[in-house]
Design a protein around this ligand. Structure first.
Ligand code: SF4
Length: 449
């Protein structure tokens, strides 16, 4: 394929577009989170759907050079596979202008900010797909949804989207809490899949009304039913914390079901959450605003100082709201079952400062993964796994920084880099890691929840 880079196309067809009367295509990263987010969008009148994932991996590989990050290959394949299938199904009725593809981005030193530009180039190379716009959200404005729908609905859409992300995290945590202790093999997976659809319906029905109580009533029922799947005769197992790159650690096909493999060898796992990343982007914007304020104040640039004060107030309020809602939803679910709590971003930055090993100034997910590992260890976890795409920059930094520290702490640690290949030694590495985790568990016990 000859790729002609048309920068005008990137400027014109990647950005914030009103998605009214369009079909918004949401890629599946974390299965539950993506589906609940699509349900929230539908509740606000946006025709959103989650596109199937991993079936188009061959296409993704064909239209990438091999140097791109693994999540970029997967998502490129997903969108091409979907569009090809739609074209075949709808034939002459296929209208590319009906679709908007949703691909958020992040600024900073790694490559996530480039996926949607690269995918623009790929879509432009197909005459049938070049009119499909790419709607993006950026960490530069804390994933503001402004521009996607009518101005008056933006605030509510953002709020309810955030609830859906937290509820998605809770369902994931419920699954990881009950599956290692399930009465019959397969019960937990089946139950959570069905629960996800129940929560989709709840968000569709109550999302736009902002009726969190009704949504939480459904979640309560699910947590209580899920609790019944636990066989109380099965003793507690070693607890393993997972960190890493958000896409691959959350995408079960991309990480070759690492949580299930760990469970097969006797673990109970907790993966880092999706809300952690959303909270981090808001926290980081607040941090930037504070830095901008200080620098401009020193130079007495009053106009800029005023702007930064406005930003500080805005992001402080956003972060306060997010953490308050997260606490509220977790508290209610945890009153019914001891699912794991989530980290606070401010606490993670404090850990980095205390240990003096990395800085939020550098940015990237390493800011979250490095202190989260230490947080897990302080809580008494029996081992930690860092899951990431092969060659991922932030996760490689995490590994380099944490390895000597964790060796001193005498807690089992495993790096698990993934591309689509199957490494013959991986299962042996996981088994060895789990053996060490069991030894740690015998010596030290495990955290209660
Ligand atoms: S976090 Fe890793 S996988 Fe994601 S864009 Fe950055 S380098 Fe690539």
């Amino acid at each position: 394929m000859t790729k002609v880079i048309d920068f005008q196309s990137v400027l014109e067809k990647v950005g914030k577009f009103n998605v009214k009367n369009k079909i918004l295509l949401i890629p599946e990263m974390n299965r539950i989170g993506s589906h609940l987010l699509a349900a929230v969008f539908r509740s606000f009148g946006i025709n959103a759907m989650v596109i199937e994932t991993y079936k188009g991996l061959a296409l993704g590989k064909e239209y990438t050079s091999g140097k791109e990050c693994f999540p970029c290959q997967i998502t490129t394949g997903d969108i091409l596979y979907f569009l090809e299938s739609e074209k075949q199904k709808l034939k002459e009725k296929f209208d590319p202008k009906k679709y908007v593809y949703f691909m958020p981005e992040s600024n900073g030193p790694c490559r996530f900010g480039m996926y949607n530009k690269y995918q623009r180039i790929v879509l432009d190379s197909f005459s049938d797909f070049k009119d499909i716009k790419i709607a993006t959200l950026s960490t530069a404005d804390g994933y503001s949804l402004a521009g996607l729908i009518e101005e008056e609905k933006v605030r509510d859409l953002r709020k309810v989207s955030y609830w859906s992300i937290v509820v998605g995290d809770i369902l994931d945590r419920l699954l990881w809490r009950i599956r290692p202790y399930e009465r019959e093999e397969g019960m937990a997976d089946e139950f959570i899949e069905e629960s996800m659809h129940r929560m989709e319906k709840a968000f569709e029905k109550y999302g736009e009304k902002k009726d969190l109580d009704r949504i939480m009533d459904h979640l309560d029922e699910i947590v209580l039913e899920g609790k019944e799947i636990i066989d109380p005769r099965i003793p507690l197992k070693p607890k393993i914390g997972i960190v890493g790159e958000i896409y691959v650690r959350s995408h079960v096909h991309a990480n070759q079901h690492i949580i299930k493999v760990l469970e097969r060898y006797g673990a109970e796992c907790v993966n880092a959450s999706i809300s952690e990343w959303v909270n981090y982007t808001t926290y980081d914007r607040l941090r930037d605003a504070k830095i901008g304020f200080r620098l401009n104040f020193k130079q007495w640039r009053l106009k800029q100082v005023k702007e930064y004060i406005k930003d500080m107030m805005h992001y402080r309020a956003e972060l306060f709201y997010q953490e308050m809602m997260q606490d509220k939803i977790y508290k209610r679910a945890r009153s019914l079952l001891d699912i794991s709590e989530d980290h606070k971003i401010g606490d993670l930055e404090d850990i980095l400062k205390e240990e003096d090993i990395y800085s939020f100034d550098v940015g990237t997910e390493a800011c979250l993964s490095i202190p989260s590992i230490i947080h897990y260890i302080r809580e008494g976890f029996n081992g930690v796994v860092n899951v990431y795409p092969f060659t991922c920059m932030p996760s490689t930094i995490t590994s380099a920084v944490i390895r000597p520290i964790i060796a001193d702490m005498k807690v089992p640690y495993l790096d698990a880099p993934y591309d689509s290949s199957v490494q013959p030694g991986r299962e042996a590495a996981i088994r060895t890691f789990m053996y060490q985790a069991f030894q740690h568990f015998k010596r030290k016990g495990r955290p209660f929840s």
